[in-house]
Design a protein around this ligand. Structure first.
Ligand code: ZN
Length: 156
């Protein structure tokens, strides 16, 4: 992306509003492999994440969500479902890790190449730590679920 900060900010707002208004994959998955709840009490975001693995248990065949939350949590989750669908578990966890670096301001898409695509619009969010929790909520749920960890959403 070769956007200056002004353009990036405009794009960020437009994309967030669009996904908030009409989130992608906003539905329940019947017979999901996992059905997990992520909660960010600081903001009040509650996201129920559905993940269906393929028959070999190595690939995310389908991913969707329901719930309520602020525009950032919904947009981030909506974009996540688009990015993760069809990926292997390994690829999904790698994407989580890369996105996490971006949210923490440790990955700058204007200087380094990333595999995050549209998710790069979140690259300035590290300046607002409370919003980082909103943007990362459903990603932590995804990662801990796929990595087989106990689902504890960190909110410190
Ligand atoms: Zn929030």
């Amino acid at each position: 992306m070769s956007l200056d900060n002004g353009n990036l900010q405009e794009l960020y707002q437009a994309v967030i509003l669009d996904h908030n208004k009409s989130p992608k994959n906003f539905r329940k998955i019947e017979n999901a492999t996992y059905d997990r709840l992520g909660h960010n009490p600081l903001c009040g975001d509650k996201i129920e994440l559905f993940i269906k693995l393929d028959p070999t248990n190595t690939k995310v065949e389908d991913i969707a969500f329901l719930g309520s939350g602020c525009a950032i949590s919904k947009a981030s989750t909506s974009m996540k479902t688009q990015t993760i669908k069809g990926k292997t578990i390994e690829e999904a966890i790698a994407t989580f890790q890369e996105f996490q670096q971006l949210l923490l301001g440790k990955l700058d898409p204007s200087k380094e190449k990333t595999n995050l695509g549209k998710l790069e619009i979140f690259s300035n969010i590290w300046k607002y730590p409370a919003r980082v929790k909103c943007a990362s909520l459903a990603w932590h749920t995804l990662k801990s679920t796929l990595a087989g960890e106990n689902v504890v959403i960190k909110t410190e």
